[in-house]
Design a protein around this ligand. Structure first.
Ligand SMILES: Nc1ncnc2c1ncn2[C@@H]1O[C@H](COP(=O)(O)OP(=O)(O)OP(=O)(O)O)[C@@H](O)[C@H]1O
Ligand SMILES: [Mg+2]
Length: 288
């Protein structure tokens, strides 16, 4: 029996028993994801070679690249999703998770070097996102979106450059891409990023802990109050830790988060998601 899980962005997940083992096959035949999935497999493999504290990565057994199909065969991890984990975790376990995330991010920072990323990198990304947003029917003819795009444009054209660590990141470090297995946390769904920076990973974690993104995408019943308490605790601790330690974080977090949330707009296919994104963007633009 194969279990199929439909990926969010055009990838298919098949859970396949073979003999005594269970494997996950992640595949795509969508032309624009062929190479991305390949890059994902390579990032996952590289991360698998590092001994992180409590952070694990499913082993990649095989990468198949055909002309019109990419397939990754990897280890299947018995796990809980973040909601199931947070609902039963005590604060001690949440402290472990925070420690593991800090350790993972510090490892990345250590492997990076500081760079002045030119403003043009952000400006051209912004133009690309703006173009795609304006082809989303839910964003066209929306005056608030027009105003947000206008104000965000001003932010990205006013920056000089972003002095940040560059070299390594997960790329899509939301809680929906963490599989919880006891006190081990398996990272999946690595993604190439327009700037390979740990700041991107902090921004993605805070997309969940500050803005509760993955909860918005969760369709089953859950204890919203408890989830909020846990997320708020993680958010406070991650934010204050990096605020105190790294001036590049304090200086650039909001600009990077603005870009991150903007990048979701083209893919929002529900009005409630567009409204949610607009609220965050208005708040960020007000704060910057
Ligand atoms: N190695 C694994 N072991 C167990 N379950 C997995 C594994 N990889 C993926 N899954 C399951 O499949 C779901 C989706 O996986 P993943 O995050 O890689 O895809 P996605 O977000 O749908 O993909 P994409 O965003 O690349 O389209 C996970 O949330 C998890 O439930
Ligand atoms: Mg995912």
């Amino acid at each position: 029996m194969n279990i199929e899980v439909k990926g969010h962005s055009g990838c298919q997940i098949d859970v396949v028993p073979e003999g005594q083992e269970i494997y996950v096959y992640k595949s795509t035949a969508a032309p624009k994801y062929l190479n991305r999935l390949l890059l994902q497999a390579e990032k996952q493999k590289a991360a698998g070679n590092v001994a992180y504290q409590h952070i694990r990565v499913p082993e990649v057994y095989e990468i198949v690249k055909e002309r019109d199909k990419t397939v990754i065969k990897m280890q299947y991890v018995y796990s809980k999703n973040f909601i199931e984990f947070f609902e039963q975790a005590g604060f001690e376990q949440i402290d472990y998770l925070i420690g593991a995330l800090k350790y993972f991010l510090e490892y990345e920072i250590d492997k990076c070097h500081m760079e002045d990323v030119p403003a043009t990198v952000f400006q051209s990304k912004f133009e690309e996102v703006k173009g795609k947003t304006l082809t989303n029917p839910l964003c066209q003819n929306d005056e608030e979106i027009t105003e947000i795009l206008d104000k965000a444009g001003k932010v990205f054209y006013a920056v000089d450059c972003l002095q940040i660590p560059v070299g390594l990141c997960h790329g899509d470090l939301t809680f929906s891409n963490v599989l919880f297995n006891g006190n081990n946390y398996y990272l999946i769904d690595f993604l190439d990023s327009f700037v390979e920076t740990p700041l991107q990973d902090i921004v993605k974690i805070r997309q969940d802990t500050r803005y509760y993104w993955s909860q918005l995408m969760y369709t089953k019943q859950y204890d919203a109050v408890r989830l909020r308490i846990v997320c708020d605790k993680i958010d406070r601790e991650i934010d204050s830790y990096f605020q105190e330690k790294y001036s590049w974080y304090a200086t650039n977090y909001k600009t990077m988060q603005l870009m991150n949330i903007m990048r979701i707009l083209p893919y929002a296919h529900e009005q409630r998601v567009v409204n949610y994104l607009k609220n965050i963007l208005k708040e960020l633009l007000h704060e910057i």
